[in-house]
Design a protein around this ligand. Structure first.
Ligand SMILES: [Ca+2]
Ligand SMILES: [Ca+2]
Length: 254
């Protein structure tokens, strides 16, 4: 028995070597990480903890992003909906460099659109007399109407909205040692599957399902009918799959 187990393990290692080397066929998909909401080509996340504008920007940079650029009506509307119409967050608009010349910290060049409150920007932080008066050089969404107002970048303390690029995910097909498509038998799925098999229309649908599920690293599609596939979302390929099932293909997320 011991020899059999050792042989089995050794075989699995060989097969796994083939998994990593015999790959082809890729499908692209751009996704947002957990807690980030997709809109267009970007991902957005609302932060409630209150920081000044500069520290907010640093947090966004830590996620390889920036403070949000709301340079279209559609993006503004999307963000306002994210905070149920009562945003109290910093955005990336500022006139730090030249008073009165507003630009996006992300470097976006479209500076024409704005949603300033009728009395803003007024270059003050709400204090109108010395010694408390301070320049308003950073924009935030106003809590009551989600219109924009300028506040002091250092002394103002609010939540903030970060944006970042979606990241691309790709899948590669896994082949067995004999070069035919690898596939797990139904009896082998139980330990590896993350949820019940789902019927999908295409391999791309199964890929998208996998990348939307935490811990999914492998998926396989099996022919269910002429226009439908069965999609299995898996935590790993298990290392002991068979190959040669007709109409069954396994892919690893990379
Ligand atoms: Ca200003
Ligand atoms: Ca102001």
């Amino acid at each position: 028995m011991k020899i059999m187990i050792i042989t089995f393990t050794f075989t699995s290692m060989i097969i796994f070597t083939f998994v990593t080397s015999l790959v082809s066929s890729s499908t692209n998909g751009a996704v947002c990480p957990d807690l980030w909401q997709p809109f267009g080509r970007k991902c957005y996340r609302l932060f409630e903890n209150r920081l000044n504008w500069f520290n907010s920007l640093e947090v966004c940079k830590g996620y390889l992003g920036s403070l949000a650029t709301l340079n279209t009506k559609e993006k503004h509307k999307f963000i306002v909906e994210m905070c149920d119409g009562s945003c109290n967050q910093w955005i990336g608009f500022n006139d730090i460099d030249v008073e009165g010349v507003w630009k996006w910290v992300s470097g976006a060049e479209d500076n024409d659109f704005n949603m300033w409150h009728p009395v803003e920007p007024n270059n003050n932080d709400g204090w109108v007399s010395e010694p408390y008066k301070s320049n308003g050089d950073c924009a935030k969404l106003d809590k009551t109407q989600s219109l924009w107002g300028d506040r002091n970048c250092v002394y103002g303390s609010y939540g903030f909205i970060c944006e970042k690029e979606k990241h691309m995910r790709t899948s590669k097909q896994i082949y067995g040692r004999n070069g035919s498509p690898a596939c797990l038998k139904e009896s082998e799925l139980a330990d590896l599957t993350l949820r019940s098999s789902t019927t999908v229309r295409s391999r791309v649908d199964c890929f998208r399902l996998c990348i939307s599920i935490e811990h999914c690293t492998v998926f396989q599609v099996r022919s269910a009918s002429e226009n439908a596939l069965t999609c299995d979302v898996l935590r790993s390929e298990g290392g002991h799959y068979e190959s040669g099932h007709v109409g069954c293909h396994m892919f690893i997320i990379i």
